[in-house]
Design a binder for this molecule. Structure first.
Ligand code: SF4
Length: 689
């Protein structure tokens, strides 16, 4: 009743904005959020939050929220009932499947939605429609990190906890900007640096806040991380600083690896990376002298043609120096979205069933077939890049996309728009009428995290529960309910009553979740996978051996994939990334008053050198043009960037300034992750202010 809704309530939730996975209480009166109150019991963040977690929630009550299903009629949409929308979806997808086969359908899941919703999305694709064409946005960010870790240490997750990072003697941050993208984690590192004498090394193109604080800040040439990593590792072995005992007991492939390192001399590395010989030796020495090395990396490494190879090289360096299986050491890829880890763990990937069981593994597949009562395809499906190309080749006809603004977050936006407009039938599920939704035939109104139950998995592999803070707005529904409704329209007969039932099913089928249950996750309790049947979880990985069948880690050979380079037509390197105040392209945070007021528009960072050469000042309006598109944006002159490097944040969905109008089609050689960071543009001044 209205009376009850107006009672003041306190409900625990998990932040929806980044992979740190802060949890806190939300005080509400009806739909009104009174305050966000952190708790000492919160396992990842304790009493800390950042501005997004504290002030970023206005979007849930935004006037722009979708509250009814919408169906396309010509160039416009009309509001429909749920029944009409669901009937239409069932009929169209069935027709496409009948006419062109199951693999003519594609399913895009979301790193914003819960584990249970991801599980259901891949189950819908695999068991109801019979295709492995299912993917999530880790393809845009962290797939290369997962690949590098899978090949070396055998598990695609952070080696330890955020608390563990504070115990490291040396933290290396490579191609990541945690002060803005993972603020509470960065706070932990800042504190350990200040109070515990922890050393900090930052390797980045851009002099961001953590770089300013670092004991050693290194600026390599773009796309050359693999080369300095390999040279530093070779130097460490040449000095006999490697951990011979660790290598002989726990690691295979050392001889082949050493052979592959031969070309990576200090001279070669100096020439390719622009890092001086002295600095390379200083890096090796800092690593050698540290008691525990933790490497944190993100999209500055992964969004390159060689993103997977470089991620493998990071893991190699840690293995050679014995920096795994103890607190304060290991590989920490920083997951961006709140649930990018969980989306992958729960199987919205074209080659993996939930819990990293290969679709091509017959015994795994049989287990799922038996549980689901349907035959499953053993052929890996298409990833999201491949799906877009398949649309234009006439091979993919229908797509169901949940919680992903693909039209702006994928590279080469003009190409994406072209592909999406060629779908025979396109269903988009979102809270807002995003750019992507404008290409849809049916738009389904979804509920945000505050309006539903479920679990998220943060960058530490920590599974945490979120509780329903408020009822879904209007006729919007939690994503899991919508997926179930679609499945049941097609006769699936799913009987999940609440997300806990879905978790129970996943726990029974995926050994890494064997002991996960909602009871064990009550309130602020959490579990870090793998979780044994008795509920014992794993804060620190690899203490009982590595993730490969023989229990050993495997060194991967050094194999540098050189980056693309500028040419005379496109002479400037365009870097891009996040901002503290906004989440990603800003669909949620630009609807929060306080955050939008702080950063109302996007901007382009240019170096003082370039400003001088081209006559640019703060506020100058410029056009950037790449072979793929153009944008207009105002300049800020700052020494955060140097020389011919530019930096354009991704916090906008404007047709005029979205960075992905400029990015191109090149991808990582092993995972198809777009090489966002290898973008070259030319600049033209439009107006000086
Ligand atoms: Fe949310 Fe991340 Fe900020 Fe924590 S650090 S409050 S998870 S955005």
């Amino acid at each position: 009743s209205a009376m009850r809704e107006q009672k003041i309530q306190k409900t625990k939730t998990v932040c929806t904005f980044c992979g740190v996975g802060c949890s806190f209480d939300v005080w509400t009166k009806g739909r009104h959020i009174l305050k966000i109150e952190p708790s000492e019991d919160a396992p990842a963040n304790g009493i800390s939050t950042c501005v997004k977690g504290k002030f970023g929630w206005d979007f849930v009550n935004s006037e722009e929220r979708l509250t009814k299903p919408l169906i396309r009629r010509g160039d416009a949409f009309y509001e429909s009932t749920w029944d009409e929308a669901l009937d239409l979806i069932a009929e169209k997808f069935q027709t496409i499947k009948r006419e062109y086969g199951p693999d003519s359908l594609g399913f895009i899941s979301s790193s914003k939605v819960t584990n249970e919703e991801n599980y259901l999305m891949q189950k819908l694709a695999r068991s109801v429609f019979g295709t492995n064409n299912v993917d999530n946005c880790s393809r845009y960010c962290q797939s290369p990190a997962t690949d590098g870790l899978m090949r070396t240490v055998g598990i695609g997750g952070d080696a330890g906890t955020i608390q563990d990072i504070a115990k490291a003697g040396l933290v290396m941050i490579v191609g990541a900007n945690p002060a803005e993208a993972h603020p509470v984690l960065a706070t932990r590192v800042k504190r350990a640096h200040k109070l515990n004498g922890q050393k900090l090394m930052v390797v980045d193109l851009r002099k961001h806040e953590m770089a300013e604080r670092a004991d050693l800040f290194i600026r390599p040439n773009q796309g050359t991380d693999h080369v300095w990593l390999s040279a530093v590792t070779k130097y460490i072995v040449d000095q006999n600083w490697h951990d011979a005992k660790f290598l002989s007991e726990k690691v295979t492939g050392f001889d082949d690896y050493l052979h592959s390192l031969e070309p990576y001399t200090l001279d070669y590395a100096e020439q390719v990376t622009g890092i001086s010989r002295e600095e390379l030796i200083q890096m090796a020495t800092m690593i050698h002298e540290a008691d525990g090395v933790a490497v944190l990396w993100a999209m500055g490494v992964t969004q390159h043609c060689g993103g997977s190879e470089t991620s493998g090289a990071i893991s190699d360096l840690l293995l050679v120096t014995g920096n795994f299986a103890r607190p304060g050491a290991g590989a920490f890829p920083l997951r961006g979205h709140n649930n990018v880890q969980g989306a992958c763990d729960f199987g919205t990937l074209p080659n993996w069933l939930p819990g990293y069981q290969l679709v091509s593994d017959e015994s795994a597949r049989l287990k799922f077939e038996k549980a689901w009562g349907t035959p499953l395809s053993g052929v890996p499906g298409m990833d999201n890049q491949w799906m877009l190309n398949a649309i234009l080749e006439g091979k993919l006809h229908g797509m169901y996309l949940m919680g992903e603004d693909m039209a702006w977050v994928d590279t080469n936006a003009n190409h994406v728009h072209e592909a999406l407009s060629h779908l025979d039938f396109f269903v988009v599920q979102d809270m807002f009428l995003t750019k992507t939704a404008q290409f849809a035939d049916v738009i389904l109104p979804a509920s945000p995290s505050l309006e539903k139950e479920g679990t998220f998995t943060n960058t530490e592999r920590r599974v945490q529960r979120l509780y329903q803070v408020m009822k879904p707005l209007g006729e919007s529904r939690p994503d899991w309910e919508i997926i179930c409704a679609i499945a049941n329209r097609l006769g699936a007969g799913w009987t999940y009553e609440y997300p806990g039932d879905v978790m129970d099913e996943a726990a029974a089928l995926a050994p890494i979740f064997a002991g996960v249950s909602y009871e064990r996750l009550e309130g602020y309790k959490s579990l870090l996978w793998p979780v044994a049947p008795d509920g014992t979880d794993t804060p620190l990985l690899y203490t009982d051996g590595f993730g490969h069948p023989d229990g050993k880690a495997q060194l991967v050979s050094a194999n540098w994939v050189p980056p693309m380079m500028p040419d005379k037509n496109y002479d400037l390197h365009l870097n891009n990334g996040r901002l503290l105040e906004h989440f990603h392209e800003g669909n949620m945070t630009d609807k929060s008053e306080g955050l939008r007021a702080k950063v109302p528009d996007t901007f382009l960072e240019v170096s003082p050198e370039l400003a001088k050469e081209r006559g640019l000042k703060d506020g100058t309006l410029v056009r950037l043009e790449s072979p793929h598109g153009k944008v207009k944006v105002h300049v800020i002159v700052t020494d955060k960037v140097r020389g011919k490097e530019l930096y354009l944040p991704m916090n906008t969905t404007s047709d005029e300034s979205a960075v992905n109008l400029l990015t191109g089609p090149a991808t990582d050689t092993r995972t198809d992750t777009p090489a966002y960071k290898e973008t070259f543009v030319r600049m033209e001044i439009l107006r000086t202010e």
